[in-house]
Design a binder for this molecule. Structure first.
Ligand code: P6P
Length: 335
């Protein structure tokens, strides 16, 4: 039986688009895919192998770590540290940059990731995911310093996510559109099932954690009120609302049928300009969404243009269907 296009075949063809990419890039993505398959297996087995529940520890965000947060972080490290494609790694689960052990060669890329985004959903069996971003090391083959990771989103070579849902999917971009692959467990390969994913420019669906309403800034308050007013209101159409509390699931829904996702700046904690992290959530998801024809903003500026100031920097995130995001941005401009 003829198998569809595998991810490996696709990557080799994609590599031809990337200036200066050699087999290194293909091999790096293949190591990343091995990590993702291993994580999928661990997440899928869940309670059967005792990986549920929380640890006593907290991550740099001050969030209680789940067993799977640490397990999946280790899987990403172990599968990507040895092959000589990376000059360093950074993760939501590690305070500092991960230095490649001296027993391994160094390479020309940086890998930044959230190993298990939405992990609080694991115990209730709701989809979670891995988010990844690949940057060029400013100085190849030299151990990367923290500053080397502080590159704006427009510098990403590749970005994407794995979604561990009813099926395991891998969605990625190298700057030439967005393509989705589904894991065929019978042959252990990701197969191209969602070529050229594109976000509709209009939508009737928005996603926001409405329990934070009293903390939102005026433009977001205005936009959500107008959505709730439905077709009798200024937007002239009824809206539906979703909130999964798993960014990967929200973004995948938007790639599949449109929508807008908001985790805006709020006054709940003035020290935090938003909840989501720039380097390993907003930027990789921003690259994917923009490549699929969507828009990604803080409300005040394009996220992919932001010059990062720290590994774990947070930003407000408004992303999705282009016309809807532009409406929200226009409300911010009127303030
Ligand atoms: P809240 C998961 O912890 C996450 O980082 C995103 O995946 C998700 O969109 C958001 O936080 C959910 O936040 O405040 O609704 O729990």
């Amino acid at each position: 039986m003829q198998t569809g296009t595998t991810l490996t075949q696709f990557i080799i063809e994609e590599q031809r688009h990337i200036a200066g990419a050699t087999g290194d890039f293909t091999a790096l993505l293949n190591d990343l895919v091995t990590a993702i398959k291993t994580i999928s297996n661990a997440v899928n087995k869940g309670a059967l192998i005792g990986v549920m529940g929380a640890l006593e520890s907290q991550n740099v965000q001050g969030e209680t770590q789940k067993k799977l947060d640490v397990i999946t972080n280790d899987i990403m490290i172990r599968n990507n540290e040895w092959a000589g494609h990376l000059a360093g790694m950074a993760s939501e689960e590690m305070d500092e940059v991960y230095a490649i052990p001296t027993r391994y060669p160094l390479g020309k890329y940086l890998l930044v990731f959230d190993p298990l985004d939405g992990s609080s959903n694991v115990d209730i069996n709701i989809s979670v995911g891995t988010i990844f971003s690949i940057l060029r090391a400013p100085v190849p083959n030299r151990a990367a310093a923290m500053e080397d990771f502080l590159q704006p989103g427009v510098k990403q070579v590749c970005a994407g996510y794995a979604l561990y849902g009813s099926s395991t999917m891998l969605v990625l971009t190298t700057g030439h559109g967005v393509n989705g692959f589904t894991l065929d467990r019978d042959i252990g390969e990701f197969i191209l099932t969602h070529p050229d994913m594109t976000i509709p420019v209009d939508t009737k669906e928005f996603a926001i954690n409405a329990s934070n309403r009293r903390f939102w800034e005026a433009p977001v308050q205005r936009y959500v009120e107008e959505c709730l007013a439905g077709k009798e209101g200024p937007r002239g159409k009824d809206f539906n609302m979703r909130w999964v509390a798993s960014m990967v699931a929200e973004v995948h829904r938007i790639l599949t049928r449109g929508g807008v996702f908001m985790y805006p700046r709020d006054t709940k904690d003035p020290s935090k300009p938003g909840k989501l992290r720039l380097l390993y959530e907003a930027n990789p998801m921003g690259f994917v969404v923009e490549q699929a024809g969507g828009a990604v903003s803080t409300g005040y500026e394009r996220i992919m243009d932001i010059q990062p100031e720290g590994l774990h920097q947070r930003v407000p995130v408004i992303l999705g269907s282009k016309n809807e995001v532009e409406t929200i941005v226009s409300y911010h401009k009127e303030v």
